[in-house]
Design a protein around this ligand. Structure first.
Ligand code: ADP
Length: 350
């Protein structure tokens, strides 16, 4: 059975084709600049058509969908009602869900009758307890507006956490695991006995760790102060927090951790500071999540920085477990969200 995994963004479609259940990658690719000036590919329909011209025998399509609100706790076969619910969730992910939907609609047209599955980034976090996901804001904001912690990168965290349990030959539901997804976006998740119990990203991916260009945790009052002082409007401030902050904002060098490390080695002060803040914040979250889980069996690093930058891993784990009687295992596991989506789609449609 061949499963096509689609990650549809606003101007791009990434795909991987897997043979299942043997999990062999048959082909992969990326269509970019969809709908942009001068591009031959006018829309997602044309983008997907150019992918389908290169592959055949697709038995099922698995779609990455960023936001599943509180409606979707697990992957689901797409029908008209599911499509409507994904549209309803778009208010909470205005940049992502509409782009994901365009990919789904294009597949419906081009592969009529082929089952399509939606796999949500947020679904893994639907096990969070209310006292974990509720903010200290008026309760009506949660009830009426859906303001709560949702968490993101769930497919990646679940994939590496499950892979860790397989590698250690210990049941997933017997382990206390912390997974650090350190890429351009960074997040950290605590998974206790097979269910996620906390994660650093929140209502949006802005909360938590310091990232390439996102600030992570900040006192909201600091934002109001800056807006008043610099006379910034909401859109400008939102842009700064998402695109001009984090490693880029602190260092003034860039969002790429390799550049920051290189500059820090050459004694650039702000690069060194960016690095120290990055590492400190991860350590702090690991400490907090170890406390809420009452221990830790496995710490996993994944994504661009987590997989490739051993100095950062060393800095995070230095003296981290000195007070532990039994040292947790530390693993580096390459993430593979597409394979996770293929597995989950296979389980639903096999
Ligand atoms: P994204 O969140 O965009 O998928 P990645 O997981 O590719 O990001 O991670 C990008 C980050 O990983 C950058 O800060 C980059 O400097 C860092 N990195 C370090 N080594 C590598 C590498 N060999 N390949 C890709 N990224 C790397």
């Amino acid at each position: 059975m061949h499963i096509l995994v689609i990650n549809s963004g606003s101007s791009s479609i990434k795909y991987k084709l897997f043979s299942m259940p043997d999990e062999k990658l048959i082909s992969k690719g990326l269509i970019e600049h969809i709908g942009e000036k001068g591009s031959k590919i006018k829309d997602h329909y044309q983008g997907l058509k150019s992918i389908l011209d290169k592959i055949n025998n697709v038995s099922c399509v698995g779609h990455r969908v960023v936001h599943g609100c509180e409606k979707f706790r697990k992957p689901i076969l797409i029908n008209t009602a599911v499509l409507r619910d994904i549209k309803d969730c778009a208010g909470l992910a205005p940049l992502h869900n509409p782009a994901n939907l365009m990919g789904i609609l294009a597949c419906k047209k081009l592969l009529p009758g082929t089952p399509q599955v939606a796999v949500f980034d947020t679904a893994f976090y639907q096990t969070l307890k209310d006292y974990v996901y509720t903010y200290g804001l008026p309760y009506e904001y949660y009830k009426n507006l859906g303001v709560r912690k949702y968490g993101f990168h769930g497919t990646s965290h679940e994939y590496v956490a499950r892979t860790a349990s397989r590698k250690l030959k210990k049941p997933f539901n017997k382990l206390k695991i912390i997974t650090c997804h350190l890429g351009n976006g960074c997040s950290i998740t605590a998974t206790k006995f097979g269910e996620s119990v906390d994660t650093s990203m929140g209502f949006t991916p802005l909360e938590g760790l310091v990232m390439g260009t996102r600030s992570g945790d900040v006192d909201p009052a600091a934002i109001f102060y800056v807006m008043r002082k610099l006379k910034l409007n909401l859109d400008q401030m939102e842009h700064i927090l998402n695109k001009k902050s984090g490693l880029l904002g602190i260092s003034g060098i860039g969002n790429d951790m390799r550049l920051i490390e290189r500059a820090a080695r050459k004694k650039n002060k702000r690069a060194r500071l960016a690095l120290e803040i990055f590492v400190y914040r991860i350590k702090k979250y690991i400490g907090a999540y170890t406390a809420v889980m009452g221990g830790l069996d496995v710490l996993v690093f994944t994504a661009g920085i987590g997989e490739n930058q051993a100095d950062i891993r060393r800095a995070v784990t230095k003296n981290l477990f000195s007070h532990f009687k039994k040292q947790p295992k530390v693993l580096v596991i390459p993430t593979n969200e597409e394979l996770m989506i293929a597995r989950q789609s296979y389980e639903i449609t096999k």
